[in-house]
Design a protein around this ligand. Structure first.
Ligand SMILES: [Zn+2]
Length: 341
């Protein structure tokens, strides 16, 4: 990390995201577009980061400090997680997911000890910001939770800058509906004639502070930055004690999660959005779907869908060879390369 930037969220969170500034002002500082920003819509080349960048924070479940470094990577690398303490690399792929009960956790099939937990928020930021190729280094078993949203990762990406590469970006085009269900919850992918991925998520909680919420958007970098990135993970007060007894959520606090008790939000500053909960669930789904390895073209519909169903949906999609195809738009200048289909 010697040549990269280092952001220490543990020591200076107020400068970046939380603080006393009104939410909209704080977010514009954190998420405003950098000079020279251009929406990535219409771009078809791959991107990596221009520089490495690091941050430190605690793991939500372990409570232990962990340093994360995002490093530029060659085209067609994809997103690769690296446990620097174990000398082990792991591609960020749906078929490396070993646990989805509280977060999305990756591990090699033969090395459950080499797990990497809570990958979804950094995955959502990388995929929504159009970073195709990056190595995510960690010196421990969990991505730092930071403020519980994707906003700190978007900030890191902006600090590092993005560099366009030569190879074309491929997309996974959904050709027919695929659906998985469990106890009335479901997750579904459908074909769509519109470009990109449209997303629809609905949730229902008995806690009246959450209740029923639904959110729909066509996924774009602009929309992710403006509408989803700052929405935090949440939990019910009644669940915290059980998690702690099980040795989990040790790093959890009101600084990195919304905590709900019936009709009450326990965080003194309240919510960032009235429907922060369903927006966070959509953020989670974006991170989980990014484990497909390429952006998707189609429509996602989730009803009370969490990490488990999101992951089962990708398994169901890729198990049906007629349900998808890999497509990439050829680039026609002298740097033309073949799509990776
Ligand atoms: Zn989450």
């Amino acid at each position: 990390m010697s040549s990269g930037l280092v952001v220490d969220f543990a020591h200076e969170p107020d400068q970046l995201f939380i603080g006393d500034a009104p939410a909209s002002e704080a977010h514009s500082v954190a998420l405003g577009h950098p000079a020279g920003y251009q929406p990535r819509i219409g771009r078809t080349r791959q991107f990596t980061l221009s520089n490495p960048i690091s941050c430190t924070g605690v793991g939500l479940h372990s409570g232990h400090p962990v340093t994360l470094t995002l490093r530029p990577a060659a085209e067609d690398t994809g997103i690769v997680f690296r446990r620097v303490d174990l000398g082990l690399d792991m591609p960020a792929r749906f078929d490396r997911v070993i646990d989805t009960r509280l977060c999305t956790m990756l591990a090699p099939a033969d090395r459950p000890d080499a797990r990497i937990a809570t990958v979804e928020h950094v995955m959502a930021a990388l995929s929504a910001c159009g970073v195709d190729n990056v190595v995510v280094e960690l010196d421990g078993p969990e991505v730092p939770v930071l403020d519980g949203s994707s906003a700190p990762f978007v900030f890191l990406i902006d600090c590092a800058g993005r560099t366009e590469q030569t190879a074309a970006r491929a997309a996974i085009e959904i050709l027919k509906p695929v659906r998985v269900e469990e106890n009335g919850a479901f997750a579904e992918l459908r074909p769509s004639h519109a470009p990109g991925l449209s997303m629809s998520m609905s949730i229902a909680f008995s806690a009246s502070a959450i209740g029923r919420q639904a959110y729909t958007m066509r996924l774009s970098e602009h929309g992710f930055r403006g509408e989803l990135a700052d929405c935090r993970t949440f939990t019910l007060r009644s669940e915290i004690e059980a998690l702690r007894t099980a040795g989990l959520a040790r790093g959890g606090s009101l600084d990195n999660a919304v905590v709900v008790d019936g009709g009450t939000i326990l965080n003194p500053a309240g919510l960032r959005r009235p429907d922060e909960f369903v927006r966070h669930k959509m953020l989670d789904a974006i991170g989980d779907l990014a484990l497909a390895g390429h952006p998707m073209r189609g429509a996602f519909i989730g009803n009370r869908s969490g990490h488990g169903l999101n992951n089962r949906l990708l398994h169901a999609l890729f198990a049906d060879r007629g349900a998808w195809r890999l497509s990439g738009r050829a680039i026609t200048d002298q740097r033309t390369v073949q799509p990776t289909a």
